[in-house]
Design a protein around this ligand. Structure first.
Ligand code: GAP
Length: 442
């Protein structure tokens, strides 16, 4: 009796987690020791893909044609800085424990009038505030002056460098500072894989401007960020901009919108865009005693610049792009798993296959030439061509080139498109340009 054909089914978190481990995108950190909850290592393919995400983000900022500088702030910050930013006092989440099974929850994640979702008993502790920053001691002295924290956001390192950057880079308001780097939060319940982690990476831009222009820039950045998500391959119907209600706004913000993505577990925040007023610079002025105001030639007066911030997690976007790209399709009687990643984001841009061992040498030469162009490509000689396609489909490689019996005489190879599975013949000397054009396509 013949086996029934497998049926394609929608993407789930479990499928993404399994693919990530199987193909080397993401591993549980310290896996052989049982892992560390909410902490992950990025594998070889994941590292390439994250590099592409960072590059696409920086490119999108460059395309705005605005004055945007970059910096790399330190991960450790002194207690005084986190006190000024409000994090030592305000950066906490409500925590509750089940007295029976000892399971711990974020109190705003569950209905505490109902039984524990883990054991079914209804016996709760009081709701307590749980501080989310990782605290440490710098150097040998054990007094208050050596207290430091791992940063829970990258932004503060930009605010505290505001004057350094202005005075050493000949920039004038308005300008922005962009930063990509790690952030750490001792989340009560890390969950949904890379969605809520304890160690993660952020891409943030702080845009410094006059109070009069801030809301116009807020609109400009909101539009630009939505355009960015289209440029990395997210369908417009899967993304939305949700302005915060008045009761959701921080006391210093008069406008904040979340960019939300439709995850299998619901619409959730992917990025925050916030008009922060001049709260941060004012706080650091007050606590450091340093003047962070700027002089306005037009009015002859000094003022503290206002800030529009865009902040997205690299890993959360990485997860989003995997959800967006994951497809199962029937090909004949077989199920093909394919990551339809934009060529800009795909970790491997192309794969090179000799049809048989006889074509290995000339194909290897082409492959090596692509490497010398700086392209991330793979060479594969093992298994049937169909099997080789499957392996590349599963990791999102957009193009596979095959050198066959005719290639020697017609100077061309076959290129197969990952999404349409259509094949066409292209001259060998046009392969590099072909790949570059696809990567840079809008
Ligand atoms: N500087 C503003 C700020 O940090 P946030 O909304 O707390 O704002 C910004 O974080 C973005 O960082 C989020 O939209 C999300 O993409 C990412 N992010 C925050 N917490 C995260 C976590 N625990 N794990 C993964 N990504 C996280």
């Amino acid at each position: 009796m013949s086996q029934p054909s497998p049926t394609p089914s929608p993407v789930t978190l479990e499928k993404i987690v399994s693919l990530c481990k199987r193909r080397g995108f993401v591993y549980q950190s310290a896996d052989i020791y049982g892992g560390l909850n909410g902490v992950y290592d990025i594998g070889p393919l994941g590292t390439l893909m994250k590099n592409n995400i960072r590059a696409a983000w920086l490119r999108s900022l460059k395309m705005l044609g605005l004055d945007i500088l970059q910096q790399e702030g330190s991960l450790l910050g002194p207690e005084a800085m986190w006190h000024a930013s409000g994090h030592t006092t305000n950066f906490h989440d409500p925590l509750i424990d089940c007295l029976v099974c000892k399971h711990r929850f974020r109190a705003d994640d569950i209905d505490i009038n109902k039984p524990c979702p883990h054991c079914g008993n209804k016996s709760w502790t009081e709701v307590r505030e749980f501080h989310l920053m990782f605290k440490t001691q710098v150097g040998a002295a054990a007094d208050q002056s050596s207290l430091a924290y791992l940063r829970p956001e990258t932004a503060q390192a930009i605010f505290v460098n505001f004057k350094n950057i202005m005075s050493s880079n000949r920039v004038k308001i308005p300008f922005g500072v962009a930063q990509i780097g790690k952030a750490f939060r001792n989340e009560i319940t890390p969950k949904q894989f890379l969605f809520r982690m304890r160690e993660f990476e952020q891409m943030e831009i702080e845009w410094f401007c006059t109070p009069e222009t801030a809301l116009d820039f807020f609109k400009l950045f909101s539009d630009a960020r939505i355009a960015f998500y289209a440029a990395v391959g997210i369908q417009p119907e899967h993304i939305r901009l949700r302005p915060h209600e008045a009761n959701e706004l921080s006391h210093y913000s008069s406008a904040t919108s979340d960019v939300e993505y439709q995850f299998p577990f619901g619409w959730k925040e992917l990025e925050g865009i916030a008009y922060r007023g001049n709260f941060d610079l004012t706080q650091h002025m007050k606590h450091s005693g340093k003047d962070l105001s700027v002089f306005d030639d037009a009015t002859g007066q000094s003022y503290v610049p206002h800030v529009v911030e865009c902040s997205v997690g690299v890993d959360r976007l990485f997860l989003t792009l995997l959800f967006e790209a994951y497809h199962e399709e029937l090909e004949g009687d077989d199920l093909r798993t394919v990551l339809k990643l934009h060529p800009r984001i795909a970790p491997i841009k192309a794969a090179f296959f000799p049809l048989t061992k006889a074509q290995a040498e000339p194909m290897k030469k082409i492959y090596q030439e692509m490497l010398s162009h700086g392209l991330e490509v793979q060479y594969d000689l093992s298994g049937s061509i169909g099997k080789r396609y499957r392996r590349q489909d599963e990791i999102g490689t957009p193009f596979c080139f095959t050198y066959d019996f005719e290639s020697e005489t017609d100077g061309a190879v076959t290129v197969r498109d990952r999404d349409t599975m259509q094949q066409q013949r292209i001259p060998i000397n046009q392969i590099g340009q072909f790949i570059h054009d696809k990567i840079n396509a809008k």
